[in-house]
Design a protein around this ligand. Structure first.
Ligand SMILES: CC(C)(COP(=O)(O)OP(=O)(O)OC[C@H]1O[C@@H](n2cnc3c(N)ncnc32)[C@H](O)[C@@H]1OP(=O)(O)O)[C@@H](O)C(=O)NCCC(=O)NCCS
Length: 169
């Protein structure tokens, strides 16, 4: 699917906090695809943006001045030997899904991770989340395996699929 010329992509800014919160908190409260249980506050969202303004970057998709999605990379594990690996996160506003925005954002954040010197990018996707699995496969991720019943939300166990893409390869 060709990229839409109406949509631009740029690094996250503090002014994006409300838009990102709206997109993210909808999934916190209404789905099992994020294992966060409590919605982010404005100050937590601003702190998140600050943390994602350096090597661990975040990119937003903007249409007619409105943020319609974001993707980020974060540390994978805290032990120092994992410092060359990141984990991605990606969320698109429901009215703009299935139009190629996720693929454009994930491709860009993976390229950014490579440019920033990281070596591998991981993703954890709730089992059965067809859209996110398809998105990651379409951007070159392969399935590592399934972590069984590692999550629990709204009274259900959740299996997580671990995916990986080696960068610069
Ligand atoms: C998952 C998500 C980010 C996908 O973004 P999107 O913009 O809708 O995806 P795109 O339109 O860029 O599609 C990317 C690829 O996935 C495929 N895809 C997207 N949605 C799909 C669906 N529901 N079923 C099957 N395939 C799907 C597309 O066909 C495309 O594949 P292709 O490149 O081989 O043609 C989006 O649905 C979303 O934000 N969901 C809620 C938040 C979320 O689940 N985040 C991920 C947490 S792990």
């Amino acid at each position: 699917m060709p990229e839409s010329p109406e949509i631009s992509y740029r690094s996250v800014e503090r002014a994006d906090a409300e838009a990102i919160m709206e997109i993210y908190n909808r999934e916190v409260l209404g789905s099992r695809i994020t294992l966060d249980l409590v919605p982010r506050s404005h100050s937590e969202q601003v702190a998140w943006i600050d943390e994602h303004s350096g090597a661990y970057a975040a990119i937003v998709a903007v249409k007619e001045g409105v943020v319609i999605g974001f993707a980020s990379i974060s540390p994978y594990r805290i032990r120092p030997g994992y410092s060359t690996t990141v984990e991605d996160s990606i969320y698109i506003d429901p009215d703009h899904r299935g139009m190629g925005v996720g693929k454009a954002l994930l491709s860009r954040i993976v390229d950014t991770a490579a440019k920033h010197g990281f070596h591998a990018c991981m993703a954890r996707v709730a089992a059965g989340h067809v859209a996110s699995l398809a998105l990651h496969h379409s951007v070159g991720f392969f399935k590592v395996g399934v972590e069984q019943e590692v999550g629990r939300k709204y009274g259900q166990w959740i299996d997580m699929v671990l995916l990986e893409r080696i960068l610069n390869s």
